[in-house]
Ligand binder design. Structure first.
Ligand SMILES: C[S@@+](CC[C@H](N)C(=O)[O-])C[C@H]1O[C@@H](n2cnc3c(N)ncnc32)[C@H](O)[C@@H]1O
Length: 289
């Protein structure tokens, strides 16, 4: 039975109609967003647990992603007994919490504590797209790697060498565990630190650079351009409304010119909604020199 059916007779009709039919599920954790039906959040969470046998924890998002680490705030609304049976026994460096789970995407298993790292399952299509574009033997840089979803999904699919940079120490612990879980130790090198400090000393150049931090990435495009090979591709993420997309493209090409790089934009695409007519945008740029 759909979880909304379980609430039909208990909630006032006007509130019932405000409950969305769908919610995000990450591993065995369901996440509900604050909305018009929030005062019934506990009833909604209980109904979700009852209707979805694969869900053991229900979180309410109480604060949007914030701060340098881009971590959201959650309140635990409902939980069932669980023994973290989906977390490997050896993965004990991070204290096990109710907000932790193992999430599966593109054949990869990721260890995630949703209250300690940024993560969005809505970017799974984008990760699969980049993994599809990557070619065997590429040297790839992933800036702002978080708990590692982009590097792990790419490394699982292709025979590549990846350097991944992330500043949040909790995200790094989860990332290291997920690298082991997915047996990609020989493909991924994790650098813990600030992109601004960790990337400039790198001697090598890259065939592909992924910049999945929409709020900050455009400011780091110059740095990425200094590390891209001729013919290499940069995937730049940003936030924009419809009327800002042209400006975003223009400013990216100006950054290329300032860096002495001739670049061509191969694709601009909306890859998620972040508010009313506000989108997550990806720009694929190829360096021609
Ligand atoms: C929007 S999240 C994306 C995380 C991950 N790529 C993903 O898709 O799940 C941005 C990440 O960049 C990290 N970050 C922010 N500023 C950074 C910096 N200057 N150097 C390295 N990492 C940074 C944050 O800790 C966060 O994990």
């Amino acid at each position: 039975m759909h979880f909304k059916e379980l609430l039909k007779n208990t909630l006032p009709k006007k509130d019932f109609e405000l409950i969305p039919r769908a919610f995000e599920v990450v591993g065995d954790i369901a996440i509900i967003e604050p909305d018009g039906a929030q005062k019934h959040a506990k009833d909604i969470a209980d109904a979700i647990l009852q209707a979805h046998k694969n869900v053991h924890i229900v979180l309410l998002k109480t604060g949007d992603v914030k701060g340098k680490y881009r971590v959201p705030k959650y309140k635990i609304l409902a939980h069932e007994e669980r023994e973290f049976s989906n977390v490997p026994k050896w993965a004990s460096e991070v204290p096990q919490t109710q907000t932790e789970t193992i999430y599966t995407e593109s054949g990869c298993r990721l260890r995630l504590d949703l209250a300690k790292t940024y993560f969005s399952s809505k970017l799974s299509g984008e990760r699969a797209r980049i993994a599809g574009l990557a070619r065997d033997h590429e040297n790839i840089l992933v800036m702002f790697a978080g708990a590692g979803p982009f590097p792990i999904v790419i490394a699982k699919k292709k025979d590549v060498k990846i350097t991944a940079v992330e500043i949040n120490p909790d995200a790094i612990l989860m990332f290291r565990d997920s690298v082991k879980i997915n047996h990609v130790e020989d493909k991924i090198t994790i650098l813990e630190g600030d992109v601004a400090e960790s990337v400039p000393p790198l001697k090598e150049k890259f065939d592909r650079i992924v910049m999945p931090a929409p709020k900050d990435a455009p400011a780091f495009l110059g740095l990425a351009l200094s590390k891209i090979k001729t013919g290499g591709m940069i995937h730049l993420y940003a936030f924009a409304g419809d009327e800002e997309i042209e400006d975003l493209k223009k400013s990216a090409l100006e950054d290329c010119e300032a860096a002495g790089k001739k670049c061509k934009i191969l694709l601009v695409r909306k890859c998620g909604n972040i508010g009313v007519r506000q989108y997550r945008i990806v720009i694929d740029l190829i360096a021609l020199n």
